[in-house]
Design a protein around this ligand. Structure first.
Ligand SMILES: [Zn+2]
Ligand SMILES: [Zn+2]
Ligand SMILES: [Zn+2]
Length: 487
């Protein structure tokens, strides 16, 4: 047929919208274009001509009427279910067509819908708008995903879906699988993290980096987050940490590539160099680095311990020592806070542990005071001894009788109870000492690694006193023999 013939036979001015277009039908009111035809196939109600409640495709001076009243010869009944509406190929209605499409895409290879996916099929068919589902099924990615899940080439798990792309399509299929109960619900924070991850990974050009990060996030992070989410809803801090780990992992890969090196050929010198600059920012990459080593993607190398890198150390050390010095020497600070701060700064004891100390844990033989922080009891270094004696004496002046008679070293206001760890933390913060456990272990490391003369000088004591301070303290410090301070 020539274009001219097509034009002559098929193209008309639509009786309903007036546009010049190929006609889809010729009804009593004239030629109808495709758009008006499909619109007419959705008009339902009570026909003013015959009173029947059915499809009203015809038009009588602007009023929709049924096919019979309009004298339309064609009928619109589905050959399978009898529904009157838009018929697609093989004279089936949209819903029957959708049923057939789903049966085809969800076939597990034996000619029937894969049993685990039955709830998904039911949910998809329950839609009010089968047409939008049919349009959705025209997306080749959707078809590939559904076929893969049905045939088992894509595992029917969250991990299985994590491996698939594009993420937006996967996200929607995952939602449907969760809504229909095929897959367990995922925590909201995890979903938000996944969305973030999708966008993040899309910005990575290097295919190898992309692959590594995708594996890391799927097999390490997502697994960890899901395990955590099983115990209860996740907080934002957990996914925030995961984001930082991923971001820094990506930064590491780029940085390493700039050095002309890949992960599998990464050397100790590379790792050391990576940690030299901006160590605090870069530390989150360590989760990725450990994973690479554990899974054989990277040679086994040494990660720096939780110590601040060389160029930062003096500052940190200086600050910790300044804190310790102030705690020991500043008489204007509350005595109780000073004692607790000394425990935190010298022994890296968590506040929750410190409040459990009793008077019986403190032994004073007149020369030395030992405290049962562990076994054996730790002797207090000299300057702290004076502080402790002063504190124990001051307990006699406590305002409450119950406190004076309490065996707790730090009695609380509630009779028989030790101080609340939270209020003790608040007291510490007031005098500028960070009470968190993570911080205190860093403090311990730094104080421990400083050579004795440095501590002595920093604290204003003789070198001999400081050496004793380190060696005498025992317990926590016993691993660090004198002479090993050069580390
Ligand atoms: Zn029209
Ligand atoms: Zn009628
Ligand atoms: Zn039907």
């Amino acid at each position: 047929m020539t274009p001219e013939e097509y034009e002559r036979w098929h193209v008309r001015n639509c009786a309903r919208c007036g546009r010049r277009a190929a006609k889809s039908a010729d009804w009593s009111d004239g030629p109808i274009c495709r758009t008006c035809y499909e619109r007419a196939m959705r008009v339902r109600g009570c026909c003013p001509g015959c009173g029947a409640d059915r499809l009203l495709p015809g038009l009588d001076t602007g009023t929709p009427i049924c096919r019979d009243c309009a004298g339309i010869t064609r009928d619109f009944f589905c050959d399978r279910c009898g529904f009157e509406g838009l018929l697609l190929g093989r004279r089936l209605c949209e819903r029957c067509t959708l049923t057939d499409s789903l049966a085809r895409f969800l076939d597990d290879g034996t000619g029937r819908v894969a049993p685990p996916l039955h709830p998904l099929k039911t949910a998809l068919l329950e839609t009010d708008r089968p047409k939008s589902r049919l349009i959705w099924l025209r997306n080749p990615n959707v078809v590939r995903l559904l076929r893969g899940l049905a045939a088992g080439t894509i595992p029917l798990t969250h991990e299985g879906l994590d491996q698939e792309a594009p993420w937006r399509t996967v996200h929607h299929v995952r939602d449907l699988l969760m809504d229909s109960g095929v897959l367990p619900r995922i925590d909201r924070q995890i979903l938000l993290y996944q969305r973030w991850l999708t966008e993040r990974l899309a910005t990575i050009d290097d295919p190898e980096h992309h692959r590594l990060l995708r594996h890391f996030t799927t097999w390490h992070q997502m697994r960890r987050l899901r395990a955590a989410a099983e115990k209860g809803p996740l907080g934002r801090s957990q996914t925030h940490q995961a984001k930082q780990e991923t971001t820094q992992a990506g930064a590491f890969l780029t940085w390493l590539a700039d050095r002309g090196r890949t992960v599998e050929h990464c050397q100790q010198a590379d790792l050391d160099a990576w940690h030299t600059e901006k160590p605090a920012t870069r530390r989150p990459a360590q989760t990725f680095l450990r994973w690479c080593m554990r899974t054989g993607r990277m040679p086994r190398l040494t990660l720096p311990p939780q110590v601040i890198a060389q160029d930062q150390a003096p500052l940190y050390q200086h600050r910790r020592l300044a804190m310790l010095r102030r705690t020991l020497n500043d008489d204007s600070l509350p005595l109780r806070s000073r004692v607790v701060a000394a425990f935190v700064l010298l022994y890296a004891q968590p506040v929750s542990r410190i409040v459990r100390l009793t008077i019986d844990d403190v032994t004073d033989d007149g020369t030395t005071i030992t405290v049962s922080l562990g076994h054996p009891p730790s002797p207090l270094p000299e300057p702290v001894t004076d502080l402790m004696r002063a504190y124990v004496r001051s307990r006699q002046d406590l305002p409450y009788a119950s406190s004076r008679s309490s065996r707790w070293l730090f009695p609380g206001r509630q009779p028989g109870q030790p101080m609340n760890p939270g209020s003790l933390q608040a007291h510490l913060r007031e005098i500028g000492v960070p009470p968190q456990r993570g911080r205190t272990s860093a403090i311990r490391q730094l104080v421990l690694q400083a050579p004795a003369p440095v501590i002595a000088k920093a604290l204003g004591y003789h070198e001999k006193t400081a050496t004793r301070l380190v060696t005498e303290a025992g317990g926590t410090w016993s691993r660090y023999a004198p002479g090993d301070h050069s580390r």
